[in-house]
Design a protein around this ligand. Structure first.
Ligand code: SF4
Length: 551
């Protein structure tokens, strides 16, 4: 039976209230305000901008290190220093090389690790603050609503359908069933963040891919309260080496926040060979390094989280405009993988999208032909300037650290070209090597003081989902999990998921995949790193997922 959906209409619908989506909403509302104040025609209204956020609160799903370059924020909110929750300016930028027992500070910090002029922030707090500004500007912000389906019309997009609420785990309506809304808009902005589920569908359907597929990393983070005097606020260190093998791409971070708080984490490219490599265990092992352990001992874990990030850069940027739609932020590959900075690029992309939308609203023309202005603006902005210089950077490390250093060194002196330009990339999961019957590794347990197992960490992510709802992790063919994947790759989902969602359980007729979907922290790693590409992450009921308070 076809579901009767309530229809709502807006001028602009922004899917995702992260830095990109909110910067787009705020900049557009400001442009509209000025336009109306000048008495220009047609009169426009900020109330006709809708923003959807799938989290239970604005900022609840925002996770990053985070160090922010403030230049986009300064354009968006010129007096931001008066009110923005920036935590602390960076006071020292260190690049550390770890061996198992010792560490070494590179005497002159290489430019990509130099963060002077930047701020250590909580992305959750910043985004919450931005949400307040957006609401004050008259924009309609809807929490606990995810974009479940795109509305295709003609050659483009005419809005989204939000997720149905109140279905039980078999997909049958419960007493509180509410069908998703059909939100129609002249312009839809996809600001879903990394591996956006609607963006993924759209890019595939409309063949918007660039020359390289997107490359991803996984970032795992903990926030700690530490003993006074252990770390100065604004101290920022990036670590290379142990425990990450030179065949892999990744490293750690230690960011000193105010009030004896520290953000620590590890990022690893999702293109490693060992299908049973466990990023969460690698992070916990990294914490046992004497340098990190010394900071954490006597302290207390406050929050945990994980998120994938798009490393692919310029050559993996999908075409970001089409009839009725634009793609911004992490969904559009606006991240500098060399500096691991994306917040300012996400905001800037949102602002350029806002300027493009403003022109389209004035003309009453929402075609791709008008919206290509967005791409032209990107090409003339510092987004291109920054990303073009590192267009081959991440691909250089595909064959390990030494190869990567060689190529990236040459790129540094040739404006990013190096000796191969464009350097091609492959899907990360293609790097897996079969297990050839090797026994499964022991799972990391943690000491309960400095290191933790995944379930303890998930508890600290504040994650919750209504358990009686359809599983939002769709596995196309469970038979592959029980047969081919057991033999060939040893079920990598059990290892790469940082929230212990996937579990192979022994049953009378063989191993079977069990999915603990309620643990999911929405990192999207399974959608990216599954070797058979049969896992699809779709939006669960709005309000579910982590609560990254203070992260
Ligand atoms: Fe991340 Fe997938 Fe695990 Fe959810 S189920 S936490 S999206 S890997």
């Amino acid at each position: 039976m076809a579901i009767q959906r309530e229809q709502l209409e807006a001028d602009v619908l922004i899917v995702g209230a992260g830095p990109a989506g909110l910067a787009c909403a705020l900049h557009l509302a400001n442009l509209i305000k000025q336009h109306n104040a000048e008495g220009a025609k047609p009169e426009l209204s900020a109330e006709q901008i809708y923003v959807l956020e799938k989290g239970r609160d604005i900022g609840a799903h925002q996770l990053s290190g985070a160090i922010m370059n403030p230049k986009a924020l300064a354009e968006l909110v010129p007096d931001f220093q008066k009110t923005a929750p920036l935590d602390t300016p960076v006071t020292d930028s260190a690049a550390l090389v770890f061996t198992e027992k010792s560490s070494y500070r590179i005497p002159i910090t290489p430019p990509p690790f130099n963060n002077s002029g930047n701020y250590v922030i909580s992305l959750n707090k910043l985004v919450k603050w931005m949400g307040g500004l957006v609401e004050s500007a008259g924009v309609n912000l809807f929490k606990e609503f995810g974009g479940a389906e795109l509305i295709y019309e003609g050659d483009g997009i005419a809005g989204v359908i939000t997720e149905d609420k109140g279905l039980n785990k078999n997909g049958k309506p419960k007493d509180n069933f509410t069908p998703g809304y059909e939100l129609r808009a002249k312009l839809t902005v996809l600001a879903e963040g990394t591996r956006g589920s609607l963006t993924k569908q759209l890019v595939a359907k409309k063949k918007l891919d660039n020359i390289n597929p997107q490359s991803y990393g996984i970032g795992i983070k903990e926030l700690w309260d530490i003993q006074p005097g252990k770390l100065q606020p604004g101290y920022v260190a990036h670590t290379l080496g142990w425990p990450i093998s030179t065949k892999m791409y990744g490293g750690g971070w230690i960011y000193g926040l105010s009030n004896n708080r520290v953000s620590i984490g590890l990022v690893i490219a999702l293109e490693y060979r060992d299908p049973r490599f466990d990023p969460h265990a690698a992070f916990q092992t990294w914490k046992t390094h004497p340098f990190v352990r010394n900071i954490l001992e006597g302290g207390k874990l406050v929050r945990y989280g994980a998120k994938s990030l798009p490393y692919g850069g310029w050559y993996a940027m999908p075409r970001n405009y089409l009839d009725g739609a634009l793609i911004v932020g992490d969904s559009g590959s606006f991240l500098d993988s060399q500096r691991l900075k994306g917040v300012h690029l996400a905001m800037k992309s949102g602002m350029l999208a806002a300027e493009t939308i403003f022109e389209a609203l004035k003309k009453g023309d929402y075609s791709g032909n008008t919206l290509k202005l967005y791409k032209e603006k990107i090409d003339k902005s510092y987004i291109k300037e920054e990303l073009w210089k590192v267009r081959n950077f991440h691909q250089s490390f595909r064959n390990g650290l030494l190869d990567g250093l060689f190529h990236s060194g040459l790129q540094q002196i040739t404006g990013g070209a190096g000796i191969i330009d464009p350097m091609r990339a492959h899907e990360g999961y293609e790097a897996y090597r079969p297990i050839f019957g090797r026994p499964a590794p022991e799972r990391f347990k943690g000491d309960g003081k400095v290191t933790f197992d995944r379930l303890t960490d998930v508890y600290h992510s504040g994650t919750r989902h209504d358990e009686d709802q359809p599983c939002h992790l769709k596995v196309e063919d469970l038979n592959i999990c029980s047969t081919r994947c057991v033999e060939e790759f040893g079920n990598p989902c059990q290892y790469f998921c940082p929230a212990a969602v996937y579990e192979m359980v022994k049953e009378a007729n063989g191993p079977k995949l069990k999915i603990n979907a309620a643990n999911c922290v929405h990192c999207k790693t399974c959608d990216i790193a599954d070797p058979y590409q049969i896992i699809e992450w779709v939006v669960p009921e709005g309000g579910g997922g982590p609560n990254y308070e203070g992260m």
